[in-house]
Design a protein around this ligand. Structure first.
Ligand code: ADP
Ligand code: ASP
Ligand code: MG
Length: 414
């Protein structure tokens, strides 16, 4: 008997009808003899609704109280799914995070899983129960409820699969796999049969929210076989695979990720002397603000411009810090811009193929898009552009790199 961990996302349990459909599916797997742990998200829109309620009461609620509130969404869907399974004659029990004892650190709203107590789960599975576990939540060592960050049910599922040594972790969602880019942005996006962990990690961290980054990290670290599938349509989905095939078989670019999560801050006319980057970014780091892309220009007259990006939600805080520093450094001006987007090409094939960057820059120039910043890693190139060109950029790059459905079909024929 194989043991599967299956996770159903918010839209897949968005209504009672859909919960009934999920129950039908889970019941089929159970009748086929699989051991099953089913992780569910809150019903679609529920987490946002709860966050909205909190903000009606208080501008900046204590993170501890936020976690008590937003964790309730998942508890509702676990109970409803367990009921729907029991109604079908499938023995099922629901558990929230603290009942299982998904132990996390105490970083409320973005906690990390430390340990999962698998004894009770194993006993129930052996007794023939389907376990329905609330995603997104855990408990710290003092018994406080914690949550794992938006999209965190993916991570619950992978962590449970690792703890229980499940045969596969299946992420069921509203698309039938991982695509070359968000299929809601590009009609011609193509489902990938497989993608490497490394590529999936870059795709997720560059903005493809089909899997939470931590879920991919966890799966890589504990070698959990991970697959993304459609909740209500049959198909092979996308397997996230551990090992790379030979570079010959790897397409240069696996996919294109994008996000509108960042803002950029520029300090104009800072002295080009040792220690300036530290004086600018030191206080930003001390304020716990994460910096992503950084660009510093060469200077001819002894002064230079310095630009960096932060998460959009941190722009105001970062700008205030930089205005203070700029005064001390005698900089000419500080500007902040939150109308930017980051587009990233991801592919392990980049390691062995030159010319990806120049092809990317050529494509963007042909459609008149100005590149504001560039950053690269071994298997990724990102550019920062004006947010209003995000669709044009993604679509143009998707075609230029031969990722469109039509072009791949013709490539296969030839
Ligand atoms: P769930 O609620 O099931 O967790 P999410 O909304 O978190 O679902 O993730 C699924 C969504 O991810 C899809 O509807 C799709 O719009 C988006 N997405 C972004 N990038 C990709 C990609 N490369 N492949 C597939 N889906 C993607
Ligand atoms: N319900 C949580 C969210 O919306 C967790 C999840 O769906 O994975 O972020
Ligand atoms: Mg999700």
């Amino acid at each position: 008997m194989s043991l599967l961990v299956q996770k159903f996302g918010g839209t897949s349990v968005g209504t009672v009808e859909k919960i009934e459909q999920v129950a039908d599916k889970v019941a089929r797997f159970r009748r086929d003899g699989h051991g099953l742990v089913v992780v569910v998200s809150a019903m679609a829109g529920e987490t946002n609704r709860l966050i909205g309620l909190a903000h009606e009461v208080q501008d900046q609620p204590l993170p501890r109280e936020m976690d008590v509130l937003v964790s309730t969404g998942e508890q509702v869907s676990t109970a409803l799914l367990a009921m729907a399974l029991n109604k079908r004659g499938v023995k099922a029990k629901s558990y929230n995070g603290s009942q299982v004892r998904i132990l996390t650190d105490d970083a409320h709203t973005k906690a990390r899983i430390r340990d999962i107590d698998d004894a009770r789960l194993h006993a129930d599975i052996e007794a023939g129960y389907v376990l329905v576990v609330a995603g997104f939540q855990g408990v710290d060592e003092h018994g406080n409820i914690t949550t794992l960050g938006r999209g965190g049910s993916d991570t619950t599922a992978v962590a449970l699969a690792a703890a229980l040594k499940a045969d596969e972790c299946q992420i069921y969602t509203d698309v039938d796999g991982v695509y070359t880019t968000d299929p809601r942005m590009v009609d011609g996006a193509k489902r990938l049969d497989t993608i490497t962990f490394e590529e999936m990690l870059e795709m997720a961290s560059m903005g493809s929210k089909v899997l939470q980054i931590r879920a991919v990290e966890f799966a890589g670290k504990y070698s959990v076989p991970l697959r993304v599938l459609h909740s209500f349509e049959d198909g092979p989905g996308t397997l996230i695979r551990l090992e790379e095939e030979s570079d010959m078989e790897n397409p240069t670019i696996a996919g294109i990720a994008f996000n509108r999560d960042e803002a950029k801050i520029t300090v104009l006319g800072v002295p080009d002397t040792p220690g300036v980057a530290y004086r600018i970014l030191g206080p930003v780091g001390e304020a716990n603000i994460e910096v992503d892309v950084i660009v510093q220009n060469v200077s001819e007259d002894g002064s230079t411009d310095f630009t960096f990006t932060v998460h959009r939600s941190e722009m105001d805080r970062a700008e205030a810090i930089i205005r203070q520093v700029a005064g001390e450094l005698g900089a000419r001006q500080v500007t902040a811009d939150n109308k930017i987007a980051k587009i990233s090409l991801v592919g392990v094939g980049m390691r062995s193929h030159a010319g990806v960057a120049s092809q990317m820059f050529k494509t963007l120039s042909e459609v008149g898009i100005n590149i504001q910043m560039i950053s690269t890693s071994e298997i990724k190139i990102s550019v920062i552009i004006d947010e209003k060109f995000i669709e044009l950029a993604v679509r143009s790059l998707h075609s230029a790199f031969g990722l469109d459905q039509e072009s791949s079909a013709s490539a296969e024929v030839s």
